[in-house]
Design a protein around this ligand. Structure first.
Ligand code: PAF
Length: 303
């Protein structure tokens, strides 16, 4: 008997095979009401890629996957002030709307949702989404309020777009787990699709913030993937001691003078509770390392 996922995949194929090539630039929608009207007028499966713009190949992989798996694809671009702390890089976060729209148009995206901050958070705004335990460690501890901003905006975007599936990268590993938790807990009708990390040829995980790196920091940053690989290889060879695996990564990164470790974590893959002793279940080895003021995130799943 066919597995339900096979049936679903077959439906994707039908959608895609009967779709004419996208001859027109994407429809631009600037507020939630317009976004909802567009969705109501465009029936059939819809994939959604939420972004803060300054698109790179990591984003474009999500877009291509959505286009493959859905009849329509919507991308949002919104640099969400609520997820930045007071001393973070909101005002200098890289932006290039013209280039972003050109890339999305060339890829065949159907609609781009470009809300502005006043529409998103009008005068009197006072409603927030707080996911509890899984937001507390790691990025949640380093950036208080960050995930409250992420989950609030993601739920608002999901409500406006009304997509069947939303595509998230595995680089922001905690964000992915937090959004998955929110979707489960609040019975949100959008399925979260987790997609592989996309890397530069030398292994650096793609991120809009990589543009902040000086040439020296950029070449030093390759230490992250090499260190995660060391631990991944030791895991594959049977090493299960949490402290040994963390220390391996820490000691290797410490050989790079430009790298300042923020945290290295080996945690339960779902709850993100830090593990000690022998690891007997799937785990997430994640790190944040600073090069100058730029915090780089990376991780490997150990399963
Ligand atoms: O990952 C991001 O770019 C952002 O956190 C998201 C999901 C678009 C919410 O602002």
């Amino acid at each position: 008997m066919a597995h339900p996922n096979d049936l679903r995949d077959a439906r994707f194929l039908l959608d895609v095979d009967t779709r004419p090539p996208n001859p027109v630039p994407p429809t631009i929608l600037t507020n939630a009401a317009a976004m909802r009207r567009w969705r109501a007028a465009n029936s059939g499966s819809c994939g959604f890629v939420p972004t803060m713009g300054y698109l790179h190949e990591g984003h474009m992989e999500l877009v291509r996957r959505s286009i493959e798996e859905n009849l329509h694809t919507v991308v949002s671009i919104f640099v969400n002030p609520m997820q930045f702390g007071p001393n973070e890089d909101f005002s200098r976060y890289p932006r290039d709307e013209v280039r972003d729209l050109a890339q999305l148009s060339a890829a065949g995206v159907d609609a781009v949702y470009l809300p502005n901050a006043n529409d998103m958070y009008p005068e009197g705004y006072q409603t927030y989404v707080d996911v509890e335990r899984v937001t507390l460690p790691l990025e949640g501890a380093a950036r208080p309020g960050h995930f409250r901003g992420v989950t609030t905006v993601v739920l608002k975007l999901f409500n406006a777009v009304g997509a069947d599936r939303a595509y998230f990268g595995r680089k922001d590993a905690q964000q992915l787990r937090v959004v998955q938790r929110m979707v489960r807990d609040l019975d949100v009708g959008t399925e979260v699709v987790a997609c592989p990390i996309v890397r530069e040829a030398d292994g650096l995980a793609m991120s809009s913030r990589n543009v902040y790196l000086t040439p020296e920091q950029r070449s030093a940053s390759t230490i992250l993937k090499r260190s995660l690989d060391l631990a991944g290889d030791r895991w594959a060879a049977g090493e299960r001691d949490a402290n040994t695996l963390r220390a391996l990564v820490r000691d290797n990164i410490a050989t790079e003078p430009l790298a300042e470790i923020d945290y290295i974590s080996l945690a339960d893959d779902v709850s993100l509770e830090e593990l000690s002793g022998l690891v007997t279940r799937p785990a997430l080895l994640s790190l944040v390392v600073k090069f100058g003021k730029t915090r780089l995130l990376d991780n490997v799943e150990l399963a």
